[in-house]
Design a protein around this ligand. Structure first.
Ligand code: NG6
Ligand code: CA
Length: 509
């Protein structure tokens, strides 16, 4: 009997040792959406739209209420996420053209490298928007380098820039996917390439009408885009199947790697313009295509969660959910986003949105679950930045970081696991107009800057020009009352802190 229980004890010890081992290397799936606002999901208070699958993540883990992208636009936020460096430290991190060269240096240590160093298989599917190839951009018809595969990812299947920008093709690892060499792909952001119609000349060919001239160039799939392209027809994407295809590629990556630790950066394009979700969702939200795209996003989030369930991976997989910048309604296409809003508040209680200096621009929906380690149903108001995933995952996977890498990332592992609510002391927010703001404790300081960002959408103001602004977010989360004149010392102190942060780690290249 004694012998038997001894074995039992030994067995118990061994299995707990093994599970501890496994928990050092949980799988990580990071669902990073595009232009989704804090208030766009029902677990953050949306009442006009329901997102039950996204809410599953919140229920099973932590919902963060004060977590930030570094910027209110895409490229810099994604740069910061993958490098742990404030994007404004480096030149050329603004919204990237579709033929831009790689913004991340090939020898820069990335978030994917952290996981790779820990023995993970790493993959990115979805929107990249960080440039490809050398300084003159990629060779679309040849071997593309650097691609994400040169930046720490073992596998990539990406939209090179944005869905509203050419080229309208996917890049898989180092090549344009499904390209027929007999029909080479040409891309230009300067000169029109003459053989394909362009939106501003052929509105009769458009299935999505334009609300401004920003997408008035090459028409692909009845939608005109930013930039010119021609050729490569066999490789063209179809907007209506894009989310399904990305989800399928992500699912394939998970299935293929189910027996080893993996990191999947699942950068789904919803709910960026052009909003052309699958017909399955059209008309279903009652809020027009933007709402329908949110339903599509929720559905595909559910697909990923269900896949993890069916593969028995849920327990030891971290699922994180966030967005690259705040919401925008009318962003150049007539898609009823304003007309059918129906009282929905994409930015939650915050003011502003995409491009903006106000908090809806960078305060992001942020959810995390990891059943093996994180207790369900938590809400955390800790100040967190997407910069911090880098150092936190290095800490989780016990990786030390090379010198000068991820200079702005802080180890917030305890916060991410719900074991502490002691977040950052401060975070810097960047707007489209490159204006910087500092959030610290209850206070937000917006530095005077030349501004303004382009903003035609009257519901999403961009900021006040030329003057310092100070808001107490505890009393005034909607940033309605500028207290700068009332607290000049606070303004001065925060301005100095911001300058100090700016000067702290010059970009090294
Ligand atoms: C802007 C585009 C907008 C969108 C955005 C990128 C104009 C006037 N506007 O410059 O349509 O493409 O860039 O969005 O061209 S983001 O989410 O990738 O930052
Ligand atoms: Ca975006």
């Amino acid at each position: 009997m004694l012998k038997f229980s001894k074995y039992l004890l030994l067995f118990g010890l061994l299995s707990s040792f093994q599970s501890l081992k496994a928990q050092e290397k949980p799988n990580v799936v990071f669902i990073y959406c595009d232009d989704l606002g804090y208030g766009d999901i029902s677990c953050n208070g949306a009442t006009k739209i329901s997102t039950p699958n996204i809410d599953r993540i919140a229920k099973a883990g932590i919902r963060f209420t004060n977590s930030h992208a570094t910027s209110s636009i895409c490229t810099p936020s994604r740069y910061a996420l993958l490098t742990g460096e404030y994007p404004w430290r480096k030149q050329g991190t603004g919204i990237a053209a579709g033929n831009a060269g790689s913004i991340i240096d090939e020898n820069q240590f990335t978030l994917a490298d952290v996981f790779k160093g820990a023995g993970y298989k790493t993959g990115v599917v979805g929107k990249w928007h960080l440039g490809l190839g050398g300084p003159n951009g990629p060779d679309w018809n040849g071997y593309i380098k650097p691609s994400p595969n040169d930046l720490g990812f073992d596998y990539s299947y990406i939209i090179p820039a944005t869905p509203d920008r050419v080229p309208c093709v996917y890049v898989e690892n180092h090549h344009v996917a499904n390209l027929d060499p007999k029909d080479p792909l040409k891309v230009s952001y300067d000169a029109p390439l003459t053989d394909l119609p362009i939106g501003r000349e052929h509105p009769e060919l458009l299935k999505m009408m334009l609300s401004s001239n920003q997408h008035a160039e090459t028409i692909i799939n009845g939608i005109s885009r930013i930039g010119y392209m021609s050729g490569g027809k066999s490789a063209w994407w179809k907007d209506e199947t894009m989310a399904d295809e990305i989800t399928e590629k992500g699912s394939d990556f998970i299935k293929k790697n189910k027996d080893n630790p993996f990191f999947l950066y699942f950068a789904i394009q919803d709910v960026h313009v052009p909003r052309a979700p699958s017909p399955r969702f059209v008309g279903k939200s009652g809020l027009g295509p933007r709402g329908d795209a949110i339903l599509e996003l929720d559905y595909n989030t559910g697909k990923i969660l269900n896949l993890l369930d069916s593969l028995n991976l849920t327990e030891n997989t971290i699922v994180m959910f966030s967005s690259d910048n705040g919401p925008v309604l009318d962003d150049g296409y007539k898609d009823d986003a304003v007309e059918k809003l129906n009282g929905h508040t994409p930015g939650g209680l915050m003011r502003g949105g995409k491009y903006s200096k106000f908090d809806a621009g960078t305060r992001m929906p942020t959810l995390i679950k990891w059943p093996a380690e994180i207790k369900p149903n938590q809400v955390s108001d800790a100040l967190f930045s997407q910069l911090d995933f880098f150092a936190s995952f290095a800490s989780l996977t016990k990786q030390s970081l090379p010198q000068n890498s991820a200079p702005d990332s802080q180890d917030m592992l305890k916060v991410l696991l719900g074991k502490s609510k002691q977040g950052r002391e401060n975070v810097v927010e960047q707007s489209m107009s490159k204006g910087l703001s500092l959030l610290s404790g209850d206070w937000k300081y917006i530095a005077p800057s030349k501004g303004p960002a382009i903003m035609k959408d009257k519901n999403m103001e961009t900021g006040i020009l030329g003057k310092a602004q100070l808001y107490n977010l505890k009393d005034d989360i909607g940033e309605t009352t500028n207290l700068a004149a009332q607290y000049p010392e606070k303004v001065e102190k925060m301005a100095i802190t911001l300058k100090e942060i700016e000067a702290a780690h010059p970009h090294k290249n």
